[in-house]
Design a protein around this ligand. Structure first.
Ligand code: FEO
Length: 166
């Protein structure tokens, strides 16, 4: 495996792990603040990111590289409300996308079509997750301070989880 690509894939393991821990912290915050639907949503997202991370770990090791399991900084624990929670979600996904794009760039530069092909799954995943984060943030902006709107948002987000699990 090309050294720079191996390094970037290892960094990607860390970004996916950070996203997983951040979403776990967000799920826990939502749980403690009475947003059970939002909590389920982020518990689920946290699991997905862990799966993204593990997929990378296995890929690097299978291709003769070596994964270095990273240490992680503490995620953000406190949020002013759902808008900040979902802004954090969108920012996190945008950051992950940027790093994936860097990997794609290096793959093309070094003609590593094998890793390029593997990374296409992540490109598609990021498109979906960023779109979802934007949609949810748009909904929250419409709802504003309307308490019954927030109640319905927390209830309806459960549907997204159910659809994702199908
Ligand atoms: Fe795996 Fe949503 O980044």
């Amino acid at each position: 495996m090309i050294a720079i690509i191996e390094k970037l894939l290892n960094e990607q393991v860390k970004y996916e792990a950070l996203a997983s821990m951040q979403y776990l912290a967000m799920a826990s915050w939502a749980d403690c603040n009475g947003y059970n639907g939002v909590a389920d949503f982020f518990y689920n997202q946290s699991e997905e990111e862990r799966m993204h991370m593990t997929k990378l770990v296995k890929f690097v090791n299978e291709r003769g590289g070596r994964t270095i399991i990273p240490s992680l900084a503490q995620p953000k624990l406190e949020f002013s409300g759902l808008s900040e929670l979902f802004s954090t979600f969108l920012n996190s996904e945008e950051t992950v996308t940027q790093h994936i794009n860097e990997i794609i760039y290096e793959c093309l530069k070094h003609k590593d079509y094998n890793v390029h092909n593997f990374m296409q799954w992540y490109v598609t995943e990021q498109l979906e997750e960023e779109a979802l984060a934007r949609t949810l943030l748009d909904k929250l902006n419409i709802i504003g301070d309307d308490k019954s709107g927030v109640y319905l948002f927390d209830r309806d987000i459960l549907e997204i989880n159910l659809n994702k699990d199908e």
